[in-house]
Design a protein around this ligand. Structure first.
Ligand code: PGA
Ligand code: MG
Length: 222
């Protein structure tokens, strides 16, 4: 096991950009939603930079780009509902696990670590995606962006799971791809591990000064 796991008793993982490359399916759903309301389509590369603060903000960023101004509430609600419908219809069509994820999660689980998932993605999508990849049963807890009163970068979801499992923050690790994961981890008193291959609004994850940067989750188990 990697030295950062020494004395640790809980590992929390981010989902999008950390375990799964979900942007191709998110982009399809965003484009369908914008098409439904008669707006121009942004393309996958723009959508990549908009992921990270949950589905409402993703839709709001897409609408703001398409309109060149902030959307009104009615349009936001209509486009959000369309996005949720389209994404829910096909959350796994193009989504792939990043290399090493399957092996690393199974090895950490076998080694006895409780694994938890803390994503800003709406909760309803978590189980269909994790079970598609055979990973759902590895996780003790799954928290979505709409599960609790606050989402990352708030430390609340991290502190919530640590408290539920009665594990002190100093014995917990947050693993993620974006500044929201690292900021939440630091604010919760967790050790922080970053993956540089995900979605961080186009900014290098080094800027958030995580405790460790690894190229693949396999580095945790070696
Ligand atoms: O849905 C998002 O905006 C990002 O989700 P994540 O927290 O799993 O990266
Ligand atoms: Mg992420």
């Amino acid at each position: 096991m990697h030295a950062i796991l020494q004395g640790k008793r809980l590992i929390a993982f981010d989902l999008d950009g950390t375990l799964i490359d979900s942007v191709p399916d998110l982009a399809v759903a965003v484009q369908h939603a914008l098409g439904d309301v008669g707006l121009p389509l942004p393309g996958e590369e723009r959508v990549r930079d908009w992921v990270g603060n949950g589905a409402q903000v993703l839709v709001e960023r897409a609408l703001t780009w398409a309109l060149a101004e902030a959307p009104g509430q009615v349009l936001q609600t209509t486009a959000y509902e369309a996005f949720m419908r389209h994404y829910g219809a096909a959350p796994n069509a193009l989504t792939q696990l990043y290399p090493g994820v399957q092996t690393a999660l199974h090895d950490l689980h076998k080694a006895g670590y409780p694994l938890v998932l803390i994503t800003n993605k709406p909760e309803r999508f978590i189980a269909p995606i994790l079970s598609h990849f055979g990973l759902l049963t590895l996780f003790t807890y799954c928290i979505g962006g709409d599960t609790l009163a606050e989402k990352k970068p708030s430390p609340l979801p991290l502190l919530h799971v640590a408290q539920q499992l009665d594990i002190p923050s100093s014995a917990c690790v947050m693993v993620g791809d974006s500044r929201h994961d690292i900021d939440a981890g630091k604010a919760a008193g967790f050790a922080t591990v970053a993956l540089p291959y995900g979605y961080n609004h186009g900014e290098p994850i080094e800027h958030s000064q995580p405790d460790l940067i690894i190229d693949s989750l396999l580095a945790l188990t070696e």
